[in-house]
Write a protein that binds this ligand. Structure first.
Ligand code: ADP
Ligand code: MG
Ligand code: MG
Length: 255
């Protein structure tokens, strides 16, 4: 049983005009086995939240706390965060030139577990996970993200998640750019990880489409750097019908 707890998180980025505050007091708690959808308009700070939890150097935490099972996540290096059990699937995954998927996965697994995985079970696990995600075995010998299509990048992210077995996974727009078939396969991967390891999921999305396949327990509406409303899955249905207009009108009226 794990708990990721975010309290009063404020984050700024450095811009040409000086620091700009993006997150303005985020409160959110994700426990093992729970799926939380964060939904909000473009530019509301959803990716900033994901990167801040992951420890991206471009984002400066100016206030608040993030803990995983009581441990101070913000005091950890990026590697330590991964070892502690946090996983981030990025909206724009980076290329890793000259490193094959196979080597990348084994290196990551070794770093996170503190020891190399047993070769025979590892090879079997990778094969099985790739099969589940309908990935061609030759994919393992390609360089990470080099020339990957949008769908291949997303599958590779989910492959990592299934093999690294994090406690809490943050999935940033994992649905973007996927056709329905790929979306189903990727969603099945997330659901398998939820079922097999009681994973906590923070699912960041702009559209409700992925929530047909990955059922959220909680939905948080994210506008202007903070959570402005929380509810159950029915909130996503309302967003599908009404969009974000009502929240945006509220946000500008309050300023
Ligand atoms: P979302 O993921 O919800 O679309 P982002 O977190 O990507 O939102 O961005 C939130 C806001 O922060 C946007 O206005 C964006 O332009 C700004 N922002 C994010 N990162 C940077 C950066 N590195 N430099 C300047 N502005 C940034
Ligand atoms: Mg965006
Ligand atoms: Mg984003």
């Amino acid at each position: 049983m794990s708990t990721l707890e975010i309290k009063g998180l404020t984050v700024s980025v450095e811009t040409e005009d000086g620091p700009k505050e993006i997150l303005r007091g985020v409160d959110l708690t994700v426990k093992s086995g729970e799926t939380h959808a964060i939904m909000g308009p473009n530019g509301s700070g959803k990716s900033t939240l994901a990167y801040s939890i992951a420890g991206h150097p471009k984002y400066t935490v100016t206030g608040g706390t993030v803990t995983l099972d009581g441990e101070d996540v913000l005091a950890m290096s990026v590697d330590e965060r991964a070892r502690a059990g946090l996983f981030l699937a990025m909206q724009y995954p980076v290329e890793v030139p000259g490193v094959t998927v196979s080597n990348f996965l084994r290196t990551a697994k070794t770093a996170i577990d503190g020891e190399a995985p047993k070769l025979r079970t590892w090879v079997k696990d990778v094969k099985e996970a790739m099969g589940n995600l309908r990935m061609d075995p030759v994919f393992a010998e390609r360089n990470v993200n080099e020339g990957f299509s949008g769908g291949e990048k997303k599958r590779h992210e989910i492959l990592q998640m299934e093999l690294l077995k994090p406690k809490v996974a943050i999935l940033d727009e994992t649905d973007s750019g996927l056709d329905v078939d790929a979306l189903k396969i990727v969603s099945e991967g997330v659901n398998r990880a939820k079922d097999s390891s009681d994973l906590g999921v923070l699912l960041i999305t702009h559209y409700t489409r992925i929530l047909r396949y990955i059922k959220p327990d909680f939905v948080h509406v994210f506008v202007d750097g903070k959570v402005v409303e929380q509810g159950g899955p029915e909130l996503a249905d309302r967003l599908e019908d009404e969009g974000y207009d009502r929240y945006l009108a509220g946000a500008s009226a309050a300023e």
